[in-house]
Design a binder for this molecule. Structure first.
Ligand SMILES: *Cc1c(COP(=O)(O)O)cnc(C)c1O
Length: 355
């Protein structure tokens, strides 16, 4: 068995792959592949209806929030959010907690003004900023709830009087939060929900239609709401696999149940990082992510040797992002606790001979 700690695209439940493979060959005994039926058929409409209903149910969304599955990755949303919410003369507030936030800021500046209200830059993004003020006349406040590259996570979602926007690409459906406190949530599917190529967008419909800009048809959230995420051909296979993953999550007991598992996995790995004399966690304890665990070796010259040592034990995907170095173990929903045990035991074993 391979222990898959990849950061994205990343692990999905084995049974989801099994069902998806069957659907490619013969969808529900129809003699047709899921890839060769029209998206306007009753068959595919049922998939779109179910996946949207599952999101609504798992996130406990109220009636003001709409669920959309849109083309492109989270990077498309860096542009689509300000295009829909930010007028040219207005200001949007952004938190800078690393690369993804910075990329979102860059795109927003194409549409209006941006005020960066807090930044973790001075501490190399090893913290989530605290004690900052968000101007209450800004169009919205944007945060990246989990910083995939650095392994930091907002443990407390900020309270704002203005619309709150969250890039949840790497911690969507991983923990209980009041999703209704966000006015817009977006997530590329490939970290915790499905294959690459589709975005989940959850939007409070009351914040739309407030700006003067003419929005291209395909970029306007209101058109997608009107057409039930079927304005043009959706990425049908990606949407279908998201549906299978969310069915799996529901059967597991939903977000609260998976959060318990995620906490157990993260606690197990952080404990080893803190106890093992060879390793150090890169993020301050209170801001550590339960999804992406980043750590370095106290003696960096051992890193290559440790990496080969883990490869021999079928551990894959733990090389850190080039900006942080060291290691990053991503513990997404589908990763079993047993894989974390294997990694922890490998670290212990390595310390026996190298500490
Ligand atoms: C991966 C990631 C992105 C970029 O996603 P794409 O689908 O590649 O555009 C954006 N934000 C966060 C937090 C991510 O983890």
């Amino acid at each position: 068995m391979v222990h898959n700690f990849n950061a994205g695209p990343s692990i999905l439940p084995k049974e989801v792959f099994q069902q998806a493979a069957e659907a490619v060959l013969n969808y529900n005994n129809s003699g047709l592949s899921i890839l060769e039926i029209g998206h306007r058929t009753a068959t595919f409409q049922a998939v779109m209806d179910e996946v949207r209903a599952l999101v609504r149910e798992l996130m406990l969304l109220d009636d003001q929030h709409e669920v959309l599955f849109l083309h492109g990755g989270a990077s498309t949303q860096f542009m689509q959010v300000p295009m829909n919410l930010l007028d040219e003369k207005e200001t949007a507030a952004y938190a800078d907690t690393g690369v993804w936030g910075i990329k979102a800021i860059k795109e927003a500046k194409l549409f209006g003004k941006v005020e960066v209200v807090c930044s973790g830059k001075e501490s190399n993004y090893t913290i989530i900023p605290k004690d900052f003020a968000v101007p209450n006349d800004a169009a919205y406040f944007h945060i990246t709830t989990n910083n995939t590259i650095y392994g930091s996570q907002w443990q407390k979602i900020p309270n704002t009087s203005i619309p709150l926007v969250g890039d949840m690409s790497s911690d969507i459906f991983s923990r209980v939060i009041d999703f209704n406190s966000f006015d817009l949530i977006y997530a590329g599917a490939q970290k915790n929900m499905g294959p690459a190529g589709v975005n989940l967008v959850v939007v409070n419909k009351n914040i739309l239609g407030k700006i003067k800009r003419a929005i291209p048809t395909i970029m306007d959230y209101r058109n997608h709401i009107k057409e039930g995420s079927m304005m043009n051909t959706p990425p049908v296979f990606a949407v279908y696999v998201c549906m299978l993953t969310l069915r799996w999550l529901k059967a597991l007991g939903g977000v609260a149940a998976v959060e318990k598992l995620n906490q157990a996995k993260a606690a197990c790995l952080y404990k080893e990082i803190d106890e093992n004399p060879l390793f150090t966690g890169t993020v301050i304890k209170e801001d550590r992510s339960n999804m992406n665990v980043c750590f370095v070796m106290n003696d960096p010259s051992l890193e290559e040797t440790f990496l080969s040592f883990t490869k021999e034990r079928n551990i894959v995907g733990i090389k850190g992002h080039r900006l942080v170095g060291g290691f990053r173990a991503s513990l997404y929903n589908a990763l079993p606790l047993s894989s974390v045990d294997v990694l922890v035991n490998t670290m212990k074993e390595f310390a026996l001979t190298h500490a």
